[in-house]
Design a protein around this ligand. Sequence first.
Ligand code: SAH
Length: 242
Amino acid sequence: MTFRATILTLYPEMFPGPLGTSLAGRALGERKWSLDAVNIRDFTTDRHRTVDDTPAGGGAGMVLRADILARAVDAHADGRPLIAMTPRGRPLTQSRVRELAAGPGAVILCGRFEGFDERLLEARGVEQISIGDYILSGGEMATLVLLDACVRLLPGVMGAASSGVEESFESGLLEYPHYTRPVEWEGRTIPEVLRSGDHAKIAAWRQRQAEIDTRLRRPDLWERHEGARVGSPSGARQRTED
Ligand code: SAH
């Protein structure tokens, strides 16, 4: 089964964009995944190819029309997850990325202007995903982010790389910091333990660094991680051993 992405957008020329280069681009060329960018305007019915209208209730901007979006969605919906990129969505996580990457792909709606008529999202049961708490000018960049995260997990895309069981978020923690040669640079040396060759000590150091950095930088992640640990029977045991 190949991962197939269908993107419904007003700017199909933005794709594959950066996904046409590097690992994702090579994999695209090798047909390890596919991408189809479809212009929402092709589903308009009037001479001016109108996709939007003014917001009910007033206010700034324009809203993408439910009837036009529905025609675009219905022409492509085939059981793949149907996703709309929106800052009102559930924040994207590595675990959702893993699920999507293990599936048949996705049909993804990119918003513009003020976004989508809410009735379309309800009527078609669209999953709403946000890539973070800030506002982009359109859903295309958010879609590129989502697809990049998925594609690198597809079989054969990352090559020999460990494909990241140790990576940030996979264990609920940020990853430990990395170093490489030269051993000394601008008076800073690589931590001694990493040069010791003692794999158990290195693993323990990395675990400790991951915990420290997560606690300091991402108290939200840390709280969840600790909650899960304390909540589980093994976590409870660990606690009493500390
Ligand atoms: N008025 C909307 C923002 C519209 S931004 C609001 O305040 O919620 C225009 C489009 O950009 C959105 O429809 C969405 O498709 C995309 N977009 C903007 N920020 C995004 C984010 N953080 N995550 C995902 N998509 C985003």
